[in-house]
Design a protein around this ligand. Sequence first.
Ligand SMILES: [Zn+2]
Length: 287
Amino acid sequence: MVKICLDAGHYGKYNQSPCNKAYYESEAMWKLTEHLKEELLTYKDCEVITTRTDQTKDLALYSRGQKAKGCDLFISNHSNAVGTGINESVDYVVVYRSYKNKNNADELAMKLAKAIAETMGTKQAPRTATKKSEKGDWEYYGVLRGADDAGCPLFYIVENSFHTNPRSTEWLLKEENLRRLAQTQAKVIAKYFKLPKKTTMPSKAITPESPAEDIKWLQERLNIVLPKIYPAIPGIVPLQVDGDYGPKTRIAVLMYWDALGWGRHMNDDGKKIGVSTREALAEGRIK
Ligand SMILES: [Zn+2]
């Protein structure tokens, strides 16, 4: 089980963009954090907590970091600013990590930075950075110091480019882009911790009339189990995962039933996937 602590940078209406008055760093990062939690929970063996339950309530930086106690990872999401005015040229992703490079923190930091930059299409190269306090041997940023002191092995501040940059601000204002950003971050984190994706079993019988998503689930699951049962099924497996319940999918279903010893199904046309078959597929059963 991997436990992850997410922190939305700032609260209420904080850090308004000079490029578009509709943008507040606090609001966008709150949404991003909610999406990220949802995305991470589509993976197995993953638990997610957040530093705050209410967007309008503040909590001191150090206390937010301290919430990472017992967690494997702490991530604080932000958008960056250069000066107070509009800046057309500065547009990059930076991930702050442990200045001691604790647990080789730079590895995940760089992976996050690169993937986010690719998703956002930022202008300059993605990078990682560190900041040590001038007063002593501790992290400069309060949230990171809190997470470090709490014993969290990996802690980051993710700056999803700049809200002083017009292009990035417009990008971050779109709800569907925040969702994509969350998917990107979740994917990198899941890959790093080797978390498999949860398979969500359709709740109703699957037939040729079912939603394409349900049929795709069936095709994906058949592509996992059948090659383990039959060394080769030329022309049938792998099925094209297209959401179309055609003759090949039907044959694959009949072959799967056969392998499970569920009769010859001479009278069955393989066009209805009931709960027993869905459960067998979800478990990846092969006999
Ligand atoms: Zn910030």
